[in-house]
Design a protein around this ligand. Structure first.
Ligand code: NIG
Ligand code: FE
Length: 414
């Protein structure tokens, strides 16, 4: 079946004979510390969806006959988990970076390519050339890939336009294709500007007011070669004045004050953290700022992994995401990210599941309705091709998804 969009969202759907239904425990969000590792599992189970929401979850032996029209989905042999939530992607871009990938395989570094005007700037060229229809098509294609990997809710950032027209077109394309748009105006300084500050003047006065009509959050790349702490502060404060949530790419290559800034500004999240040391871990854990860890990006760039285990143990609100983009993480699969979380970050399957469902939903301010299989939540579910839900992380790169339900409608089946 090819992905169907938008989902029907009406009527009733009974998913029956499921080997397991697994969902992060509790009702609160974000989950921290020991609570991150708690999963409720119901064996031999059903899930009843009505009007796009979950109406009931229980054991097959407790299922009573249902009156009226009910569509049925046979879950025999499958474990169900909540629809996955990808809270950090760059899914709106033109072109590809396969040439750069080959150069990196030959030894060139990501930073060198960026400094030589390749990297992000080469995608900027291709994205500007794509036009709004082309961008919509690109997001639709990438959304299809994500859906087949079990992602039913995704955030996507602009940041490959860097001019007014393309940034606004990117945000509209993401929104139109069902994504949650984040304005990444401060991704890098485009070639037509010599100074980062002059570019930010333009961003803040000419683009941000309109971007804030479409986007839910603003994001900045805080790193040498992109924006420094004071530039990031100026951009984020302006975004906050327009009512946007704040997010940061920080500590990807160097610790440059991103965590401190995120805490001072009350940011929703700080993402990457591959270079974060002990002090950063402790500061983040004591704050409300979520730590979004992106192991596919660290793997793709052969960089050290973020200290996710230490962050969880210290009590930080840890979420996992793909960072899907053409340069540093050409990977749309949260199941692969969960495998990396368990094998490289030393998280348990339970922690990985919560980090890319309820905690990711928290980053996107949707934890009241996304990320759990429980009555009242949106009926977004993934059926795995295995009777044990831990295959999500266990089957590394495997064909692990057998069906995806979005808003109470089967939108993809193998
Ligand atoms: O999150 N680090 C900055 N931005 C993206 C990569 C962008 C690109 O390489 O195209 C990231 O890794
Ligand atoms: Fe990113």
């Amino acid at each position: 079946m090819t992905p169907r969009h938008p989902p029907a969202g009406a009527g009733r759907l009974l998913i029956r004979n499921l080997a397991q239904v697994a969902t992060p425990s509790g009702q609160s969000a974000p989950l921290r510390g020991a609570a991150l590792g708690e999963t409720d599992v119901v064996e031999d189970a059903y899930v009843l969806c009505a009007d796009g929401r979950i109406e009931a979850v229980g054991r097959m032996s407790d299922l009573r006959p249902l009156a009226g029209d009910v569509e049925e989905l046979d879950g025999r042999g499958s474990a169900a988990i909540p629809g996955l939530v990808d809270c950090h992607t760059h899914a709106c871009f033109g072109g590809d970076r396969v040439e750069e990938f080959s150069l990196r395989a030959g030894g060139a570094s990501y930073e060198e390519l960026h400094e030589a005007g390749g990297g992000i700037l080469s995608t900027v060229q291709a994205t500007r050339a794509a036009g709004e229809d082309g961008l919509r098509e690109a997001v639709r294609r990438h959304r299809g890939w994500m859906l087949r990997a079990g992602t039913t809710t995704f955030e996507a950032k602009s940041g490959y336009g860097l001019d007014r027209t393309t940034e606004l077109a990117s945000l509209r394309a993401i929104d139109a294709e069902g994504g949650i748009p984040t304005y990444l105006g401060a991704h890098t300084v485009p070639q037509e500007y010599e100074q980062a500050d002059a570019y930010l003047d333009f961003v803040v006065t000419e683009v941000l007011p309109e971007a804030a009509q479409v986007a839910e959050a603003a994001d900045v790349f805080l790193e040498g070669g992109a924006f420094d702490v004071e530039q990031a502060r100026r951009y984020l404060e302006a975004a906050r004045n327009h009512g946007l949530q704040l997010r940061l790419h920080a500590d990807q290559f160097t610790e440059a004050g991103g965590i401190e800034l995120a805490i001072q500004l009350g940011a929703r999240s700080v993402d990457h953290l591959e270079a974060t040391g002990d002090e950063g871990v402790i500061a983040l854990a004591a704050s409300k700022v979520a730590a979004v860890v992106l192991p596919a990006s660290a793997l793709f760039l052969a960089r050290p992994m973020a200290p996710a285990r230490a962050l969880v143990d210290a009590g930080a609100a840890v979420a996992l995401a793909t960072d899907f983009n053409p340069g540093s993480a050409f990977c749309e699969s949260l199941p692969i990210v969960c495998s990396l979380a368990c094998t490289q970050l030393k998280l348990s399957p339970q922690e990985a599941l919560a980090a890319c469902t309820v905690n990711a939903a928290h980053v996107l301010d949707r934890a009241d309705r996304k990320g759990r299989i429980a009555p009242g939540y949106d009926a977004d579910l993934v059926l795995l091709d295995a009777p044990d839900w831990r295959y999500l992380a266990y089957h590394l790169g495997g064909d692990v998804i057998s069906a995806v339900v979005q808003a109470g409608a089967p939108v993809w089946q193998r």
